[in-house]
Design a protein around this ligand. Structure first.
Ligand code: NAG
Ligand code: NAG
Ligand code: NAG
Length: 539
């Protein structure tokens, strides 16, 4: 027994030494001691100490693909990949010094589907492999995807395998060979931006879209108009944007079209919202008849046919720009006091035999019918479901926000649901930690697989009261990334305790910074300052 316990003691001592050394070691930004990909793929294998250097003429091959790339989505995605992996450092080595067998010459991408339509439920899966060095055979990464949008995700993952080697001063892929199989857990992975509480310039929206693609978020929910301002041009009712804060703080139809186009080329769909009948005061600046009265200005006048003509005009204009399957009709926080205190509406209610709650339902259901007539399926905030769920169109997706436990009821009623419970996924709640964002499970208490499928995903909400162009990025990131992993990564691969992923999330945050995104430190709450001097990788 004695020698045995003696060796155990040595082993313990060695273990102790090992751990104290590894904890004391300086943080490393290298892909070492673990896979640093964010969000984590379905499966990843990699090698040990072999590496390949990214060749100077690293190029794209698409031989064998059914995708013609007529609109150059893939080619542009590839060229952005090169910019991303080269953005952090100047590659000044003479790559001709290296043997051809130590170089990665390019990436071969094979896409099965000829279509470039981006729509809800599009196949986003991909398989990516990077070979080990093999003398006599030029090495190429190999990326296979059903659609070009899966291929774009694969390129994002590839960009995260690349790092700068400070000895050879080139970009390298370490730990080759890599084999990655990946697909998202949920089809809807959203981020809300709100351009009514503060105007967001076009360039800012584009940068937000860029950063969404880095984290594999795929829906920009554009809460365009609200009580405070109406910034978007609407050809059917050209006075609506009189409700903008100023002439400068507006979007033309061409601007909106450009946002949709820009997003689509990065695999991001745009879900447009008109929030009715509440949250619509600004509409009346251009058309005062939409207000119940001059002194009581919202919700929209339910008794006036003109109100529904305007909604029809807006949704008709929308249908020419926003091609996503869904439109968001709001329906939250409706305070019906103005309907009951305004004489002509009060009379109308009496004639129709309606209470205010009936009028609210009448309004929401009528708006739904108009949207359906323009070919949309519908999203409504959860109050509509809580108040008269059984009467909503079966094409409704209920957007949870008030609290937890709603998705469970929605899917039990056979409707679809998007999860955004405000206690965990509201980015404007600065006090909500990234750990809470990470731990928020959309399928909580939903065990039936048929009901699980009805939860189409989730969304983090960047309401605009306290964000403008100056701080929107650091309020979104890194917390949105925590939710992005929850929505992308298969349940079994998610960390049970968020603290286990701190190092990987910190690494992703620093990567965003390298790419020019103003992501705030991970430690601390929303958009907090760095807590003192120190490496990016521990803050
Ligand atoms: C790079 O290295 C190769 C091979 O060593 C050499 O022939 C070439 O002139 C070098 N190019 C530059 C720009 O230094
Ligand atoms: C291309 O399309 C053909 C016909 O649908 C199919 O047989 C083939 O497998 C596809 N190629 C790839 C790479 O998916
Ligand atoms: C509802 O609207 C009325 C009239 O505008 C207003 O006086 C009241 O404060 C509002 N109630 C709430 C709870 O916001």
């Amino acid at each position: 027994m004695a020698p045995h316990s003696h060796s155990s003691a040595i082993l313990l001592l060695l273990l102790f030494f090992y751990f104290s050394v590894s904890f004391a070691a300086p943080p490393s930004n290298e892909i070492a001691g673990g896979v640093r990909i964010w969000p984590l793929p379905v499966s990843v294998t990699h090698g040990g100490h072999h590496r390949l250097y990214v060749a100077k003429d690293f190029h794209l091959i698409t031989q064998g693909s059914n995708f013609s790339d007529a609109s150059r989505i893939l080619e542009d995605g590839f060229s952005r990949l090169l910019d991303l992996v080269r953005v952090a450092h100047v590659v000044d080595a003479n790559l001709s010094r290296f043997a051809s067998s130590s170089l990665l010459h390019g990436i071969h991408i094979v896409v099965s589907s000829p279509s470039d339509e981006l729509q809800y439920g599009v196949d986003e899966s991909y398989r990516l492999s990077v070979p080990g060095p093999a003398p006599g055979k030029p090495a190429y990464a190999y990326l296979q995807a059903r659609t070009v949008y899966g291929a774009l995700h694969g390129l994002q993952t590839f960009s995260q395998l690349c790092s700068f080697n400070f000895e050879s001063r080139v970009i390298e892929v370490r730990m080759v060979p890599w084999n990655i199989i990946d697909q998202p857990r949920f089809s809807y992975r959203g981020l809300l931006i709100d351009t009514s509480r503060h105007y967001q310039p076009l360039a800012v929206i584009k940068k937000v879209i860029d950063s969404m693609a880095y984290a594999k978020l795929n829906v920009l929910h554009w809460h365009i108009v609200d009580t405070q301002s109406f910034p978007l041009e609407m050809p059917s009712f050209p006075n609506l944007w009189f409700g903008a804060y100023s002439k400068q703080e507006r979007y033309t139809i061409a601007d909106a079209t450009e946002i949709v186009r820009y997003a689509q080329r990065r695999g991001v769909s745009v879900l447009a919202e008109v929030d009715v009948p509440g949250h619509a005061l600004s509409w009346g600046v251009g058309y005062p008849a939409l207000w119940p009265s001059k002194d009581c200005q919202q919700p929209l006048d339910v008794s006036n046919e003109f109100t529904f003509q305007v909604i029809d005009g807006i949704l008709s204009d929308f249908s020419k720009i926003f091609k996503y399957r869904f439109v968001h009709l709001g329906g939250d926080e409706v305070n019906t006091t103005c309907w009951t205190v305004t004489p002509h509406i009060k009379n109308w209610l009496r004639k129709k035999g309606m209470k205010e709650s009936d009028a609210y339902k009448y309004f929401v259901l009528r708006a739904q019918k108009i949207a359906l007539s323009h070919g949309y399926e519908l999203v409504n905030w959860e109050e509509t479901f809580n108040d008269f769920g059984s009467e909503l169109s079966r094409k409704t997706v209920v957007h949870n926000w008030l609290g937890t436990g709603v998705a469970q009821k929605v899917v039990a009623a056979g409707l679809r649901c998007i999860v955004s419970n405000q206690d965990s996924w509201y980015l404007d709640h600065i006090d909500t930690s990234w750990e809470k964002f990470y731990a928020n499970e959309p399928l909580q208490n939903i065990k039936n697989p048929r009901q699980q499928k009805l939860v189409i995903g989730g969304e983090v909400c960047m309401w605009g009261e306290v964000v403008d162009a100056s701080n929107i990025e650091q309020t979104i990131w890194p917390r949105a990334a925590a939710a992005a992993e929850r929505l992308w990564t298969q349940y079994d691969n998610l960390a049970k305790d968020p603290r286990q992923v701190f190092a990987r999330l910190a690494h992703f945050r620093c990567l965003l910074n390298q790419r020019g995104i103003d992501a705030a430190p991970v430690s601390g709450l929303g958009r907090s300052d760095p807590w003192g001097p120190g490496s990016c990788f521990v803050q």
